[in-house]
Design a protein around this ligand. Sequence first.
Ligand SMILES: C[S@@+](CC[C@H](N)C(=O)[O-])C[C@H]1O[C@@H](n2cnc3c(N)ncnc32)[C@H](O)[C@@H]1O
Length: 400
Amino acid sequence: MDSRFIRSTPFLRCNGKSESDERNKGDEEERIISKHSFLVSPLCMSGGDGEYSYSTNSLLQRRVLSKAKPVLVRNTKEVIINLNFPRYIKVADLGCSSGQNTFLAMSEIINTINVLCQHMNQTPPEIDCCLNDLPNNDFNTTFKFIQFFNEKNAMSKESYFVSGVPGSFYSRLFPRRSLHFVHSSYGLHWLSKVPEGLENNKMSVYIQNSSPLSTYKAYLNQFERDFTTFLKLRSEEMVSNGRMVLTFIGRRTIDNPLHRDCCHFWTLLSKSLRDLVVEGLVSASKVDSFYIPFYDPNEREVTEMVQKEGSFEINDLETHGYDLGHCNQDETKRSKSGQSEANYIRAVSEPLLVAHFGAAIINILFDKFAHHVSQHASCRNKTTVSIVVSLSRKKTFLMS
Ligand SMILES: C[S@@+](CC[C@H](N)C(=O)[O-])C[C@H]1O[C@@H](n2cnc3c(N)ncnc32)[C@H](O)[C@@H]1O
């Protein structure tokens, strides 16, 4: 069965309104969308392997993985040594999405363990590789890459076993004290829902320079609730001394928490939606009620939340430049990279946009988006970064 048609819980609303508000608005298409979004959470990446799919448009995330590789390798080695070369380990990739990226991360972990065990003359452990995402993720496309994964690891001495774990990482996914290593790349900036209290943030899908301070506070509070829940749940599932390597989109620490660059991807998406309002293709009220369930914390916010929750110690905390590769190029290259950034943002947001606006506006919306990106080709992205943090599960003492 296609995993996208499995009923998913919890349901993520993308407009902060009740279902009955939606229905009163009227037209038949909206009712159908609303009804289906009750059954299927709209947050997922575009499935399949077509032109606009996540699988085809996730080169940026592959670059992010390779920048985080030294932290991943170091922490993989340390967990195996600290756990004294166990016979078996369970590794999870949380927010694996569809496509091959998850297998690149898993291969890195398997290869690191293999080399370390050879070096130290130890028997390699059996490895349980658990790939998690929301139930409506297109796992089928991911599992088609299993052959490539097996070929890549053909020389490895360990046995490994791959399985899919559908569910939200803001809920319990694994038995108590069963997990040894958690990897998650570019999943944790997605919130469990759109925060409440965004009504005054007009015609903008996310925080931007002109947003009221209450918008920042609403997003920050939702992120804190979600991230703290994530840490608490993983602390129950992980063994003492288990490790996590988490990479997500963040922002540089500057005084004004509302500041986002003029070329920030959600700022450009808001601009593109406003173009459609001017052209009469979308109503202003429709744009006013759409928000992205996303937050880009800074290092200080992340550190304080980890310390406040208290189950993990921070080993590494790094920020890397967020490089969409469209800066300072000549005009033809600029319009090409405008298109590729449009495809990248489309791959991660199309299901959310379709659930709210319908499918008819998507092509024209991303034509506008590509145009705005090319207009900002000379901007240097100043606020957006990738944050890589590695955490150790503190020792727990069992009560007898
Ligand atoms: C941008 S993709 C990153 C995928 C992959 N890790 C990579 O590096 O290419 C983010 C993924 O996180 C998933 N995700 C978001 N919220 C989630 C949640 N609460 N539980 C599980 N997965 C989630 C999304 O469905 C999506 O597939």
